[in-house]
Ligand binder design. Sequence first.
Ligand code: HEM
Length: 212
Amino acid sequence: MHDFAGSDATFLWLRWFLYYLSQYPEAQERMAREIQETEEEIDLNDFSKISNRLVYCRAVIHEILRMSSLAGFGGPHYSDRDVKVKDWTIPAGTDIYPGMYLTMNDPDIWDNPRKFDPERFIVRNHGGDPSLNVPPAWMPFEPGPRICPGMKVAMDFMLLSVIKIVTEVKIEAIDDEDANKRKTEPLPQFIGMVLFLPPKHNFKITPLKKSQ
Ligand code: HEM
C-alpha cells in the first residue's frame, strides 16, 4: 500500500465515517444512545473493558469498512513462482491484486451488499445479549500472510473516534440531493491506485450540549 503505515487509510476511514454519519442520522442516534447507556463503564484509557461492548458501534465500523472497502484492491503483489489455485495456475511473474472490494460487495456472499446495514454483523442468540458476528468474507485489512499489522490499532482508533465524535457533535447532510441515489449504488472513487474516497458531500457539525 502506498500510505505511510496506515495513516492515510485511517484518516480516510474517518472521512467515510463522517460521510455515513451524515447520510444515516438514525445510525448516529443509535450509536449515541448505545454509548450513553454504557457510559459509566467506558474508560478510554482501557479498551479491554469495552472490547465486548458497544456492539452496534462496532457493527457500524465493520459495515463502513465493508461498504467503502477503502483499501479495495490492497497493494500490488506478484507471484514469484507458478502457483496452483483450485483449477487455475497463476504463472510466475503475474501481478496480483487482492480483490477485497469485490469480495466485500459480492451479492452471492452478502445480502443486498450496497445497502448500509450494520445489523448484518449482529447476532442475537436465544434471546441473549447481542454480539458481533464477522464472517470471513469481511477482509478490509487483507486476508492471508500480508494482513495489515496495524489492524488492532486501527480498530481501537476507530472506536475511540466513534465515541468522541458521536457524543460531542451532530453531523448533518446539507444540500445533498443525490443522497438517496448514492445509498444503493456502488461508490468507487479513487485516489491513485488503491485507496477509495467517499463521494463529495457537504455536512454541518453542531456541538451537542453536555448534560451536567
Ligand atoms: C482503516 C485503517 C487501515 C486499513 C483499511 C489498512 C489496510 C491495509 C491493507 C489492505 C494492507 C495490505 C497491503 C498489501 O496488499 O500489501 C495493509 C498493510 C499495512 N498496514 Fe494497514 N491498514 C489500516 C491501518 C493501519 C495502521 C493504523 C497501521 C499502523 C499502525 C498500519 C500498518 C500497515 C503496514 C506496516 C502494512 C504493510 C505490511 C506488509 O507489507 O506486509 N495500517 N494495511
